[in-house]
Design a protein around this ligand. Structure first.
Ligand SMILES: C[S@@+](CC[C@H](N)C(=O)[O-])C[C@H]1O[C@@H](n2cnc3c(N)ncnc32)[C@H](O)[C@@H]1O
Length: 444
């Protein structure tokens, strides 16, 4: 359909329809938000896609608060097959509290979207709910339930409070904020300072964090197409805390490195940019293809293997590695601000299962490390069960392993909270994502 205008309702209704479909796919079908957005984006004009993402991300970021309002406004539960209308109402409520779109425009586009969704019979309900929300000043009422107050599921609040006591509130607050965009300058093909000059010339404002030499934090996010030299591999998008891994692992020289859970390859590429020889494995072939694509754009190479790092290493040539990066699969609870769908998709029962996998990976990969070699255990989780506890259990049964005293400089250390044998960064600290690092060294 030309421009998608008819299908999209011509008033922005199509964007609301697509946002409701994406939100419903996450909330009711357990799909990831990225996959859900990819499925609905094709119908949406390129110029409207930023709005679509903003609506879907924003609605999920505030899901628990919005759901409390909705339950108050729609007393009678809708039938299962009409649940998409709940998601549409959520998208409408988010627009009223989280955007500057005028109320009347929100109401008309969202009501029209009910028709586009084939739920004409609910247009009156959507209209009445959104108008009442505005009329009765719902946005100013204090939240009632704990989930609404924190905009997180109870199990996640419980776990954070158990792990971090009084600091839990700040983590929860940071999770509900929007994350800044960080870049990693490719030290292999431009001078870092020269590239900053190109950002200056392009009028892209940024700040620096002492101790992270390749990183810049943008004042405002920009499309990668607007970044100087992006297509030519001068720069990548990568959170600042994630950039700590390669620098830390190679702090006393870059040699033969195994990147054991590599996809989509942000840290693989950084290791290569810093001059290490890298073997990279990932269990997921499709995700491994994105490592290849990323390296290609950056003009770099690595040996890539599709393999299970928890199984016997039939891909391995038998030469032990000097350095191993284990960026383990985890709950991703440190990056909720970038992936608000995690609040809906994860369950408490996932955490012990992940911890068991992390234990196995650590034990297996230790066998591939040379005596005197270093392994950096990393997660983007803020749960102790996946971090401190995994490493402590490992150390208790591995006599040739001990915490590595080689640490980043003081400025970075000040951002990290020591926790057992590792270091935790909380999300939002200096604009960084939540990460855990445990540096380990093998006896000679
Ligand atoms: C946190 S992500 C890695 C992110 C990556 N290091 C980066 O910086 O771009 C974890 C990765 O572990 C992979 N993975 C999960 N289980 C694995 C296993 N048993 N063996 C190898 N890779 C695994 C997942 O497919 C996923 O790509």
């Amino acid at each position: 359909m030309p421009g998608g205008s008819l299908h999209n309702g011509g008033t922005g209704a199509g964007v609301r329809r697509a946002a409701a479909e994406a939100v419903a796919a996450v909330v009711h079908q357990g799909r990831s938000l990225d996959a859900a957005l990819n499925a609905v984006e094709a119908d949406i004009a390129a110029a409207d896609r930023a709005l679509l993402r903003n609506l879907a991300y924003g609605t999920l970021r505030r899901h628990f608060r919005i759901a409390e309002w909705r339950r108050e406004l729609v007393k009678r539960p809708l039938r299962r097959r009409d649940r998409i209308v709940e998601s549409l109402i959520d998208v409408g409520l988010f627009q009223l509290v989280g955007t500057r779109i005028p109320d009347h425009a929100v109401v008309s586009a969202t009501v029209e979207a009910a028709r586009l969704l084939g739920r004409k019979a609910f247009a009156g309900l959507v209209n009445a709910v959104l108008r009442r929300f505005v009329r009765e000043g719902f946005a100013g009422r204090p939240p009632v339930g704990r989930e609404a107050r924190y905009d997180h599921p109870d199990w996640l609040v419980d776990r954070l409070e158990r792990d971090w006591g009084d600091s839990a509130a700040a983590i929860l607050e940071a999770n509900n904020a929007r994350a800044p965009m960080w870049l990693r300058i490719n030290a292999a093909n431009n001078g870092v300072e020269a590239y900053r000059g190109r950002l200056d010339a392009a009028g892209i404002a940024y700040s620096l964090l002492p101790g992270l030499p390749d990183a810049v934090r943008l004042e405002e996010p920009v499309a990668t197409t607007a970044l100087p030299g992006f297509a030519e591999g001068c720069v990548s998008v990568q959170d600042g805390a994630a950039q700590l891994a390669a620098r830390w692992l190679l702090a006393d020289g870059g040699r033969r490195v195994l990147d054991a859970c590599a996809a989509p390859g942000g840290k693989t590429a950084h290791l290569r940019e810093l001059g290490a020889r890298v073997d990279a494995i990932d269990i997921d072939g499709e995700r491994l293809a994105s490592v290849r694509d990323n390296l290609e754009r950056l003009g770099l190479d690595a040996r890539l293997y599709e393999a299970d790092a928890a199984a016997a290493p039939d891909w391995w040539d038998g030469t032990p590695y000097d350095r191993i990066l284990l960026d383990a699969p985890c709950s991703a609870s440190g990056v909720i601000r970038r992936h608000p769908d995690i609040k809906l998709l994860r369950r408490d029962a996932d955490i012990p299962r992940l911890a068991a996998l992390q234990q196995t990976l650590l034990a297996r990969l230790w066998e591939l490390l040379a005596p005197g070699g270093r392994l950096l255990y990393v997660t983007c989780s803020v749960f102790r069960a996946e971090n401190r506890a995994v490493v402590e259990d490992f150390l208790a049964v591995t006599p040739d392993a001990r915490p590595d005293p080689l640490l980043p400089n003081n400025n970075i250390r000040a951002l990290m909270r020591p926790d057992g044998p590792g270091y935790q960064i909380f999300p939002g600290t200096d604009g960084l994502d939540g990460f855990f690092f445990a540096p380990l060294v093998k006896a000679r």
